[in-house]
Design a binder for this molecule. Structure first.
Ligand code: SF4
Length: 339
């Protein structure tokens, strides 16, 4: 369903290059182009899925949005008090109100919680740092947060080791919710969990979104995880966004050959609609030495001469279905049933 809610977050031509240093004097001999010109926006209350293989730049994009990394170039605009603000122009000392509204849920619930802190301290920490609550009020708020994520008040005095992976991720979610943020960057929040727990965690995130009016940027490494939680989905390859569309359009009618390959790996239960798995040749090239032209061309089964020399433009082929492929108008790619 098309949303007309205001834009909460807009990423414009974002680039993040990491220097490659060598020798005693740490001379810079090259650049890893982790994020190489990324554009997208997220509307209030929406979930945008951000999908791609390891090393495609999706986590670095999330970190730049939260300003954990300073970008090499580009802009990140965030709606604050009704006005869009480029957060990279905000002095670091003035970032606190923005940080309060932009939180993260980490991938690994085992390493992201301090093992020496109780659940009370972990979930209450952001409230203390931002001077929002202390004493009895802090305790009452932590209790409410734990209940909101399906944990119990008596869990407050325990340490992370006493919990399962799924419960630890719930603690991480409670911590992210503590400041009542508008945006949560969910950085592969279910990929370290057992399959049986993944669906429960996704359902919890959906329920919390409805209850607290949250907006999610949901990072995942395959399209099956984000299928049901996303309103729109964008696919990244080697530092670039290659396709972006409403979830149903992207799954049923992909326009980029890389998306088609990712879709062919999504498990389906209907034996009449199982797409043939497309195995991409070779590995993802190094972001330190990306191929010229379309970066996907060495692995693309549709590549033509132009693909080796010219980078495709990022363009809208109608209905807000964006793609970067020279042949997007003429290829008839295979999607999957969207249910
Ligand atoms: Fe394949 Fe060419 Fe399209 Fe790149 S531009 S995805 S190489 S067809």
């Amino acid at each position: 369903m098309e949303s007309k809610a205001p834009i909460l977050l807009e990423v414009k031509n974002l680039k993040k290059y990491f220097p490659i240093q060598k020798g005693f004097f740490r001379r810079v001999v090259g650049q890893v182009r982790a994020v190489d010109g990324v554009n997208f926006f997220v509307r209030e209350g929406e979930t945008l899925g951000l999908v791609g293989e390891s090393g495609c730049g999706k986590t670095t994009t999330g970190r730049c949005i939260l300003r954990a990394y300073e970008p090499t170039a580009g802009e990140v605009w965030f709606r604050k008090n009704g006005e869009m603000v480029n957060i990279f122009q905000v002095p670091h000392k003035d970032m606190k109100p923005f940080r309060r509204e932009m939180q993260i849920i980490f991938q690994d619930p085992f390493s992201s919680l301090n093992p020496r802190m109780t659940v009370m301290d972990i979930v209450g920490e952001p409230l203390r740092i931002h001077g929002i609550a202390k004493g009895g009020e802090l305790k009452a708020t932590v209790r409410e947060l734990l209940e909101a994520v399906g944990l119990k008040a008596q869990h407050m005095n325990r340490y992370p080791y006493a919990f399962s992976g799924g419960q630890r991720q719930r603690i991480g979610v409670a911590r992210a919710l503590a400041l009542r943020p508008k945006l949560i960057v969910c950085d592969e929040p279910v990929s370290a969990l057992d399959v049986s727990i993944q669906a429960q965690t996704l359902n919890l995130l959906e329920d919390l979104q409805a209850e607290f009016g949250l907006t999610y940027l949901f990072i995942a490494h395959d399209l099956s995880v984000v299928e049901h939680i996303s309103d729109r989905v964008t696919v990244m390859y080697l530092g670039n966004v290659v396709e972006l569309a409403a979830a149903e359009d992207l799954y049923t009618d992909p326009l980029h050959p890389y998306t088609e390959a990712l879709l062919s790996a999504v498990p389906r239960t209907d034996p009449d609609h199982v797409p043939q798995r497309i195995i991409l040749p070779g590995d993802v090239p190094s972001p330190a030495h990306p191929p010229p032209g379309c970066k996907f061309h060495p692995r693309c089964r549709y590549a033509r001469d132009i693909c080796e020399s010219e980078a495709p433009l990022w363009r809208d082929l109608g209905h807000d279905h964006w793609v970067a492929c020279h042949l997007a108008d003429e290829l008839d790619l295979i999607g999957i049933d969207y249910d």
